[in-house]
Design a protein. Sequence first.
Length: 215
Amino acid sequence: MHDFVLDDESIAFTGDCLLIRGSGRTDFQQGDPRVMYQSVHRQIFTLPETCLLYPAHDYCGLTATSVAEELRFNPRLGGELSEDDFVGYMANLRLPHPRKIDIAVPANLKCGLATNDPTTTIDPNWAPLACTFAGVWEVQPEWVEENADKVQIVDVREPSEFGGSLAHIRGATLIPLGELAQRVGELSRERPIVTVCRAGDALRKPRSSSNRRLR
């Protein structure tokens, strides 16, 4: 975790780690609740209690807090809460993954790495694939529609979206993105996997696979 602290320790910028009466999530982008807890308690909570803390964002329109306030009032990290308390709390949040996180995380990991060539990471010969700037391989929906029997189609949206107004591709397997790492063993190693996610609010009439972004 990286925070920015003024030399006189009067102000610190805590990014998406320590929020006002909360904390950042640890269930994606290589997050680790134990590392976050230790970082907050060893780096932020050891600053003077008068130190003002500015998080990267706040959902209630607040802009700043202080070490003293978060030590006293933060329901996840303050008071007498232990590291195990925090780990258990974070493990049971059960929040849906943010939209487009499957695009944002690869882009964040790739950003600034000029020598990182995503085209060398996999063999793209099984389909006419195109690699995006984020390092995500995409295939045209029309190709998938014509070759559906040759691939495994995995829908990584939430169940409410899978059965909602946008419908889903016939024969697709629903595995929400947040469960994918734990359930990857359910998929066959004999056929390529095409994942499907929501492409945006412009989707209106999902008549075929051409209405989905496919990867």
